[in-house]
Design a protein around this ligand. Sequence first.
Ligand SMILES: Nc1ncnc2c1ncn2[C@@H]1O[C@H](COP(=O)(O)OP(=O)(O)O)[C@@H](O)[C@H]1O
Ligand SMILES: Nc1ccn([C@@H]2O[C@H](COP(=O)(O)O)[C@@H](O)[C@H]2O)c(=O)n1
Ligand SMILES: [Mg+2]
Length: 482
Amino acid sequence: MGSNSKSVVDFIETSSGVHFSGFHLDRLEPGNSEVDQPTTSTAEHVHKQPFFIGVAGGAASGKTTVCDMIIEQLRDQRVVLVNQDSFYHNLTPEELTTVHEYNFDHPDAFDTEQLLCAMEKLKHGQEVDIPKYDFKSYKSDVFPARRVNPSDVILLEGILIFHDPHVRDLMNMKIFVDTDADVRLARRIRRDIVEKGRDINMVLDQYSKFVKPAFDDFILPTKKYADIIIPRGGDNHVAVDLIVQHIRTKLGQHDLCKIYPNLYVIQSTFQIRGMHTLIRDAQTTKHDFVFYADRLIRLVVEHGLGHLPFTEKQVITPTGSVYTGVDFCKRLCGVSVIRSGESMENALRACCKGIKIGKILIHREGDNGQQLIYEKLPKDISDRHVLLLDPILGTGNSAVQAISLLIKKGVPESNIIFLNLISAPQGVHVVCKRFPRIKIVTSEIEIGLNKDYRVIPGMGEFGDRYFCTDDDYQQSVVPPLQ
Ligand SMILES: Nc1ncnc2c1ncn2[C@@H]1O[C@H](COP(=O)(O)OP(=O)(O)O)[C@@H](O)[C@H]1O
Ligand SMILES: Nc1ccn([C@@H]2O[C@H](COP(=O)(O)O)[C@@H](O)[C@H]2O)c(=O)n1
Ligand SMILES: [Mg+2]
């Protein structure tokens, strides 16, 4: 037992009306909590964030070609392509007279502020006017601007789009098209002569004076920022297919998964939706609530176990053949946040024979914020991977308390997997910002928190419903399976 003299049972009994692992904060004074207070107590309506892809590479490496291939495969999505060329500074009359002296491959040739502003607007779901650049007059105010509507996927391509850190930060995926210099030069000569009506000597002059040095000095050094490097550009169909597959996966995910790569929402199926429908329904009987909550918990636990490290193992099958498989991670334990988290222990025990399970009890007392009042953890917990169990992530305050304790006990942050059934975006932000290396596995992301800091739509007081300590629930409403 911790320093507090009250028994665990006392605390459990006095906690009625509160989801035990997520405390009401309405009476908390600023500064009492270890965690920043949520900025809003109402449902958080986050607009659907577009997936932003940057495509960089040398001139004529095939950036536009790769983008066109991606767009072609994503015909069923709203995709927009923006070219960095649109943000070239207009040349002054003086610069125009000596245009062969102008370096179009230097970062200063672009109006990066205007580019950043336009891309931020698109990222935030606003329409934007993109200038049309004229390669013949070297101006972007000759033609009317192009109105670009908010889209699901934004592609930004250009030689130097990875140069500015602010522009880079907007991107969810960075691609570098890596094509041999001689191929780029050959393509450029053809393109500049045919499309831009330029003279061969002028093209070669510009190449040796500006294009090649700028590639070495500014473009190539940004290759290190790329998540994916595509050799041979548009000829690399495998790379483009994989990229499209990834984009489709990301589009199907909750926005929070794009922000926090360590947040895993298990793939929804009609079975999962059906279980959620039952456990969220206030009319569902106690018996059904426990049955379907258990089914969902088992899915979350199995998914969470999938994130543990493994080692390769070979066995001999009864046919005498070698089967190359994997060995389960042995050094693990569960930690349940009393009381709701205890509902997840059976599923964990059913999956991991003989697993050690520790307990943490956190409660809010008076105006002093939450207090950790009980903990019983395996002595060697710092050597183990920890599956932290709590079915609801609400404000994130109790999760932060529990995780902080585990870290204090020597558990590396990256060894903690937090398993829950539902997560409010506010809690995800709080936990993921504070502990960027832990993993959260959940089965659904909620709309948010109401003014009483309760998760909505939610499922009520989980502990009461699961452990049948709320007398108000219906005995039998949902008919059993035939
Ligand atoms: N894989 C390829 N095979 C043949 N020609 C290509 C290939 N990729 C691009 N091109 C041609 O090379 C030129 C430059 O390609 P582009 O995609 O516009 O490059 P970037 O946008 O990087 O400047 C274009 O004329 C294009 O048709
Ligand atoms: N007026 C201009 C503006 C740019 N360039 C060259 O275009 C290249 C970038 O375009 P990509 O489609 O190849 O990415 C860059 O190398 C500039 O030198 C130009 O020649 N004239
Ligand atoms: Mg291009």
